[in-house]
Design a protein around this ligand. Structure first.
Ligand code: NAD
Length: 274
């Protein structure tokens, strides 16, 4: 199965489906990422704060998969928003991952109260220049944060990774991103299991009609809306299920019925705080 790729505003491309490792236990990470690579995933989303970059790196090294077939993302943690601290942070992440570069480096949260994300973004511009990250982007940036980067820096982020699932579709940011060529990545694509998304009649009826599982229906909705997704699961069976979403299509009506579930239902942290 070849996962479709999406072209970014810097000319690089990213596999539209990947595997996320938030809350994957560090000691279990090597095994779980090895399973994901065996299932066929080639795009892995980690972060310094997940404390499992080492396990991701060990699985990559063991896999023998060529570096240019992989797409690896990691993120700059909030405490490291600064020029030298960002340079040190990427070096630590690369060492743990056992890599010479990451495909994508993101500022994890804007943390507006600290007011250092513009400085951090300028550091990421230099990190891209150095070749340690092929693409750079942000995460949890809302429209005012993106507008400040546009006003005060030279580079438009390639990516904004935000909480996005049927109850929380983030219309203002997704519209801004589309207008400015920023690719949206949807974190928590299955709502992190924090509300009974997979039991909603709007989802289960489409699952019955298409012969796919509710999770596959929701992931298919993300893909058809143009988002990049990387669902997380420790179970190999679910990893395989989540990867098997390219042999069916939702109708326009089915997509619209999931669009209609929007209710500003955030399940994670508020990017305007902190
Ligand atoms: P998710 O929406 O992927 O949900 C994961 C939950 O769904 C798990 O409990 C899992 O058991 C369950 N699940 C997975 N596949 C299933 C299936 N087929 N059927 C039924 N249940 C299934 O939530 P997530 O892990 O938080 O988000 C995905 C990735 O996004 C993370 O792993 C991480 O890489 C990234 N993320 C980024 C941020 C950020 O601030 N940038 C925040 C959270 C997550």
């Amino acid at each position: 199965m070849t996962v479709p790729t999406v072209q970014l505003n810097d000319g690089n491309s990213i596999p539209q489906l990947g595997f996320g490792v938030f809350l994957v236990d560090p000691p279990e990470t090597e095994r779980i990422v090895t399973d994901a690579l065996e299932v066929g995933y080639r795009h892995i989303d980690t972060a310094a704060i997940y404390k499992n970059e080492q396990g991701v790196g060990a699985a990559i090294a063991k896999s023998g998969i060529a570096r240019d077939e992989l797409f690896i993302t990691t993120k700059l943690w909030n405490d490291d928003q600064g020029t030298q601290s960002a340079f040190d942070a990427i070096d630590r992440s690369l060492e743990k991952l056992g890599l010479e570069y990451v495909d994508l480096y993101l500022i994890h949260w804007p943390v507006p109260s600290k007011d250092r994300y513009v400085e951090a973004w300028k550091a990421l511009e230099q990190i891209k220049e150095s070749g340690k990250a092929r693409s750079i982007g942000v995460s949890n940036f809302m429209v005012p944060h993106l507008e400040r980067l546009a006003a005060e820096t030279d580079t438009v982020p390639a990516i904004d990774q935000i909480e996005l699932h049927p109850y929380h579709q983030q219309p203002p940011v997704t519209a801004y991103a589309q207008e400015h060529g920023i690719q949206i990545e949807a974190w928590g694509p299955l709502g992190q299991g924090k509300y009974p998304l997979l039991e909603l009649p709007e989802i289960t009826s489409i699952a019955e009609a298409t012969g796919k599982s509710p999770a596959q229906v929701v992931l298919r909705w993300h893909l058809q809306r143009g988002f990049v997704v990387f669902p997380k699961s420790n179970s190999r069976e679910r990893m395989a299920q989540n990867f098997d979403v390219f042999d069916f299509e939702l109708s326009q009506e089915q997509v619209a019925s999931i669009d209609a579930l929007e209710r500003a239902g955030r399940v994670g942290g508020d990017p305007n705080e902190g």
